[in-house]
Design a protein around this ligand. Sequence first.
Ligand code: NAP
Ligand code: G4F
Length: 335
Amino acid sequence: MPKTAVITGITGQDGSYLAELLLSHGYRVVGVVRRSSAPNLDRVEHLLDRIELRPGDLLDQLSLVRLIDDVRPQELYNLAAMSFVPASWDQPLLTGEFNSLGVMRVLEAIRQVDPGIRLYQASSSEMYGKVREVPQTEGTPFYPRSPYGVSKVFGHYITVNYRESYGLFACSGILFNHESPRRGLEFVTRKVTDGVARIKLGLAQALSLGNLEACRDWGFAGDYVRAMWLMLQQDRPDDYVIATGISHSVRDLVEAAFGHVGLEWQEYVRTDPKLFRPAEVDHLIGDPAKARAVLGWEPTVDFKGLVGMMVEADLARLSSAGHVAASFVGRIAGC
Ligand code: NAP
Ligand code: G4F
């Protein structure tokens, strides 16, 4: 019998890569989508004939209980969240509803319907915030610096608590920043690679950024979803740091992305004080030793490869969009 997996957040960056991975392992994949008047299925468009989509919302306990009862999965990957850190200062209560109470709703639904379901919870390196130790491991204390980080600490500990209280097979993956051509446009890597492609193609003249000195341990999302799956294939549930172990500044990122297309970044990048955060996470670098030893997990894409992949994808997307727009204008002009 093929296994069945439920993915909350299937329309997001990680959800789309995870769905591809699980399909390649022969799973029946059921994605949870929240009700909206304009569905946002771009990232899973190419999978729609192979996955099932069901309505559900982390704000609605009943929708989760019904869904799990109907689908009866062996595994549930809880990726849904409000994931953009700056937005968490604008909407701290909603962030808590999604990222903290939402996790507890998923845990309760599992506990009520079938405590045998294995759960992956998407925890975050933002929980380390003002870091207490370098590099950060599974044992490093948390010191979150944003409502997002605080909400994820709750999600992390309630997952550990349900594992210890009720014996659930619940794993928390403490994932460091992971990126791809499917990353949302507001996150710094994608903002930079999209900006570089626009400048290279003559569609923009400059790029505004915030803090160039912040450092992150950036990896490739396709590698990180493999770690999620591996966690749920072990004999016992546990928590793991997933990272590359190498950190770069936003300035390094900018230099690599502009350098990839032969441009000098200093000529195009402006810093805008409005893009600085009320409290910054200055430097993240993870130690993935446990994941390497227990899961056999290794990243396959390095920083330079990641930046190059994202710039190339944005160049291709914007070039073909420009081509479509130009031919459309041509057709109108020809009428
Ligand atoms: P993403 O692209 O922002 O995707 C978030 C997903 O959550 C979307 O599918 C969104 O659906 C869904 N969602 C939001 N609120 C929901 C709700 N109330 N009910 C149901 N679905 C809801 O995020 P990502 O980068 O793939 O990250 C996946 C998870 O990993 C998140 O929990 C994030 O916090 C965590 N994480 C990410 C990173 C990273 O570097 N990417 C690192 C550590 C942890 P819509 O399409 O309807 O908006
Ligand atoms: O790309 P970012 O917005 O990602 P951030 O805040 O690190 O959060 C991401 O990674 C977390 C894991 O650690 C996830 F949990 C979370 O869901 C999300 O996926 O910002 C990275 C850094 C920050 O220090 C920010 O201040 O880039 C700096 N930055 C500088 N200029 C900018 C900009 N960030 C954004 N978004 N936009 C800028 O213009």
